[in-house]
Ligand binder design. Sequence first.
Ligand code: TXA
Ligand code: MG
Length: 355
Amino acid sequence: MNYNTEIVKIDSRLIKPNLIKQLKNTQALIKGGQFLRQGEVVAFPTETVYGLGADATDSKAVNRIFEAKGRPQDNPLIVHVSKIKQVQEIISGGMTATVRKLIKAFWPGPLTLIFPVSDRIPRITTAGLDTVAVRMPQHPVALALIECARVPLAAPSANSSGYPSPTLAQHVYHDLKGKIPLIIDGGQCQIGLESTVIDVRDIKPVILRPGGVTREELEVVLGSVIENRIAVDKRETPSAPGMKYRHYSPVTPLQLIERNDPGKIEQIVKKTGKKIALVVTDETAGGLKDIRRDTIIKMGSRKNPEEIAQQIFSILRKLDQEDYDLILVEKLEPQGLAEAIMNRLHKAATNSIYF
Ligand code: TXA
Ligand code: MG
């Protein structure tokens, strides 16, 4: 199907937690709700990244998500709810004490939980798994849209499969123009990286994907150390051994460089003789003396990973529009939110090609 993709902007003054009722009466949300109830897909802002939503209980609607994104059918979707009551309909069995604790601490917000799935959710949504990933987003537009749709929404990030996730409505338009009927524009996403996916069905909690809620924050609530980073990659794309798919990658090759070594960075840039965009922390940028300023892109301060998270996908997308042979990105210490940033950057990176 070829759509005339419409972008409808939300007045930023309405994007407040206590204004969901007013939001539901805006043109954008009324239209969004109608499309979703008719089995169409709609792109919408969340606090993490833009999502591409469809009725999670309707297999035809969910199939449209896979088609628009070009997403492999063995990669399951997260189901988004606006009320706790909705969770009971889509999971099988009750909630454990641990789940309740996590929900109390982090919902609405960037935490996705894994549950045994109920038969209300079709197989396509969970890619045939017997579990379902569920999250209650914090963004008022996302919550209002779920209410307008009157059903839980399956929603992956609203990018073309494999490309960096969208944090602006324009990013969604770039990737999905003509493939979806509506983009609700709520401005820039606050966090800029996807939710943390955690499985607490077993006694040992496992982070399947690091994200907006940090390991450290989870450990405070769970009172235990969460293990096993290696499991992350294996579990994140089930039945996709060895990271079969490209993820978060710009078309321009991307390589990671060690932090805090301006001399070495200058050497690399000179040696390759390629047109290189250098994405570095503000601290490192300060130490680079011998490099064209317009090829240095500051991603934010090392002391403020929140700032880096918010910008990183946007920076990669922008650089991809320019004429670079290579994007070099400085590595961060993988702590706090930087753990999620480094997870995405490692997946975005190609094997070393120039050094
Ligand atoms: O922040 C987010 O989570 C965003 C916004 C739109 O809410 N959504 C998002 O969805 O990032 P997506 O599809 O791009 O990533 C979903 C991740 C994938 O890594 C998928 O494999 C994993 O969640 N996932 C989904 N269902 C799962 C399940 N039942 N078991 C294990 N992993 C699952
Ligand atoms: Mg995604």
